[in-house]
Structure formats: structure tokens, C-alpha cells
Design a protein around this ligand. Sequence first.
Ligand SMILES: [Fe+2]
Length: 274
Amino acid sequence: MTPLSGVATLNTAATSRVAQLSDTHLMRKPGGTLVGLDTDRSLAAVCRLLNQQGPIDALLLTGDLAGDEAEEAYERLSELLNPLGVPSFWLPGNHDAVWSDDHPLRSHFKRSIQLPHWDVLMLNTQHPGAVAGHLATTEMEALEAAVQHAEATGRPLLVATHHPLMPVGCEWLDQIGVQNAEEALQRLAPLGEQAVVISGHVHQDSAQTHQGVQCLTSPSTCIQFAPRSAGFQVDARAPGCRMLTLHEAGRWQTDVLRVTDEVFPVDLDSHGYA
Ligand SMILES: [Fe+2]
């Protein structure tokens, strides 16, 4: 398979505002549910929330965009996002189709997104046939090249992945992160506070640090998983997303946003989903 590639340059204001949307899990048909929650409706609610946030320069979608690999889900995802009028960049997760060479979704991927003061690196952690993630040689090489570029230029680096590089404190989820994350973290370590990693997969917000590198996860736009749970446990928290404000000189801020204008009940007794 040809390695994922592509560069996008966004001429934003000096401070860039980026929204991370993750784990939309859109099903084959509109109204499809995950643990009793309509994932189209919850994504629409998150889009309403984003509409109230003022100008946004880019949307980063960090995987599990479809719940069952259906083409129809990706078409509806585009339809839901297009009214926002914001460029969006997509990564695959373990619930997505494998993005083979001729797959239409590859056009939504850009390896690198260049902002006025930051570079964004998109990494594919999808490991076909597995729930856990893995950084293939091509992805690890892209990471190394981005780190070297950041060191040479002094430009801070935002890395986006589906599977997180660090444990979040949920035993069942921490077993299905990136299997070779240690190597990735070692490669990022020379950048210290000049590197930020954003990931999905765990359906909850979290923040950890590895040698100065900040590793963040985002809520899902649909169901949430309970923090510090040993096994599968859904949480009652509302659908949401993460906003990042990227300033010059490597300064940044982040906020987690949650839907408040609509209630999305979930089956808290659920023991899992396919
Ligand atoms: Fe997910």
C-alpha cells in the first residue's frame, strides 16, 4: 500500500484555532445507535456547539469515524461537517475501513498541515485486523522526519493519532493503545514542551505528560467511557470535543467542550458493543 501523504497549508491568523472531533461512530443508516445513542444526532449537536465558538481554522477528526466501516457513514459525515465551512482532516481508527490505495477517504488525509506557527502531523495507528493500534514503519519514519524538522526550525509540533500513546488509567483501554508507543514517545522526547499529541479511541478527555510532551485525549462526539474503569463502562457525560488554540512561540491552550442543549441518555448497564 502506498504510504499516506499530502501537505495542506492554512493561512490562518497568527493564532490558529483547531477543533478535535473524535470517534463519531456514524452507522450505515441515519439514526443508527451505539449503546442506545443516535450517533448522527450527537455529532449534529457537537457541530452546533462548534458554531457558537467563533472562527475555527481546522477540524482534526481522530478516527472511528464510522461505526461499521460503511461508505454511507462517511458521506453523512461530510454532509454534517460541510455547513461549518471549516477544512477538515481525517484519520482512520480501528472501526474504520482500511484506507487502501484507491479508497476515497485517503483524500481527506493530509500527512502535514502547516499553520503560521505550528506544524500538525497526522499519524495512522490503524492495525488492520486488530483493535489495538500500531505505528507501521512508514508512520514512525514520518514522525522522525517531523521531529527533525521541528528541531531544525524551532516550530512546535502537534501530532494527531487515533490510539493514544500513553495510558489513560482505564485498564481495558490501556491494553489496546499503540503497541509500539514507547518508541514514538522516545522520538518525541527531544521536543519536550514543543510537542503536543492529541488522540481519540478512549472516549474521554485526559492529559498526561512524557518528558515534557503533553499527551491529550478527547471526548467522543457520541458515547463516553468512564474514567478509571477496569472494564467496559459507559459514562453519563455529554458528547463533546476538544478545542486547541495554538499561539506563536509554542504557547497553546485547550478546552474540552460538552453539549448542553440536548440530553443524550445512554445504557449505563451495557457490557460492550461490537
Ligand atoms: Fe471509538
